[in-house]
Design a protein around this ligand. Structure first.
Ligand code: RIB
Length: 303
């Protein structure tokens, strides 16, 4: 069965600045290289789902500019339905990624058009939202419109997934609409106040998130793997060991790939996480967000 995935989210053109290390205040440094690539958490997650075989739709906003056209083209090339990508009076979102030789990155984001999504835009996409198996949203678009979209999804028994990135506090109203939340350690700590370091703290943070209203939790732990708590069932799926050149979009690749494989009742959560871990391990071995996201065949060939 092919999963239907709708993503409400951000589209950014990423400028990757390759540097030895971060500059100190007041210091001027040369970079080795710079290049543009498609990105934005929403677009990355949608393209990951689509490349892994999901029938995928996107709800988002771009500016009336070349970057917006580039993002629409990239989504369409990966067979994502772009009928609900509309034009804003603001410029298309942009991200500036400082990528150090160590593989670590620091990201500065200009939200632009991503911040102008309205309730009307969400209602216009009602069909795409209510026909999906999964609706995914992140924190690069306004939380109020995510609540509107999740309400529409719940009316039609669509499974909702919240990727609480970049880290931000959110309301009980939003959490009550979330079927699955997927923070990394930092985001889990910001949301729960629990410092996530080991299995016990992963368990505690997941339980706290359930107390806050979400039904199921996956905490992604980078090169270590992913911890899950579905209802009362818990488990851990180890990551694949690889040499990372660029971790940008590793989490987005994981999430899109997961949504493409997961049963809406979470019955195959372990297998779906294994698949998503492999997809993300392939993404970190290539430079850039969208250029690094693997296809279903590339993931399956390596599993
Ligand atoms: O998660 C990675 C993404 O975060 C990048 O593609 C960048 O656009 C920022 O939004």
């Amino acid at each position: 069965m092919t999963n239907k995935v709708t993503v409400l989210g951000s589209l950014n053109v990423d400028t990757i600045l390759q540097i030895t290390r971060l500059p100190k205040p007041g210091e001027t440094m040369q970079m080795h290289n710079k290049q543009n690539a498609g990105g934005g958490k929403g677009a990355n997650q949608a393209i990951s789902a689509a490349r892994s075989g999901a029938q995928t739709s996107f709800v988002g906003k771009i500016g009336a500019d070349e970057n917006g056209q580039m993002m629409k083209r990239l989504l369409a090339e990966s067979m994502v339905d772009i009928s609900q990508v509309t034009i804003s009076e603001k410029d298309t979102g942009q991200a500036f990624i400082l990528l150090q030789d160590s593989g670590e990155n620091s990201i500065l984001v200009y939200g632009g058009a991503n911040h102008t999504i309205t309730d009307d835009d969400v209602y216009q996409a009602k069909e795409q939202i209510q026909a999906a198996d999964f609706l995914i949203a992140q924190f690069e678009t306004p939380i109020e419109q995510t609540i509107t979209a999740f309400n529409l999804a719940k009316q039609a028994q669509v499974t909702t997934i919240l990727n609480p990135a970049p880290a931000k506090e959110a309301s009980a109203q939003l959490f009550s609409l979330v079927d699955l939340i997927t923070p990394n350690e930092t985001e889990a700590e910001l949301l729960t106040g629990i410092h996530v370091t080991d299995e016990e703290s992963q368990h505690q943070a997941a339980c706290k998130l359930q107390e806050m209203g979400v039904k199921n939790v996956i905490i992604t732990l980078g090169s270590k793997g992913a911890f899950y708590r579905c209802g009362q069932t818990e488990g851990f799926v180890k990551a694949f060991k690889v040499d990372a050149v660029d971790t940008t979009a590793a989490g987005d690749t994981f999430l899109g790939a997961l949504a493409s494989q997961l049963q809406p009742d979470f019955s195959n959560i372990k297998e779906a996480i294994l698949y998503a871990n492999k997809a993300s391990s392939l993404a970190v071995q290539k430079l850039g967000a969208i250029p690094s996201i693997p296809t279903y065949q590339q993931v399956k060939d390596q599993l």
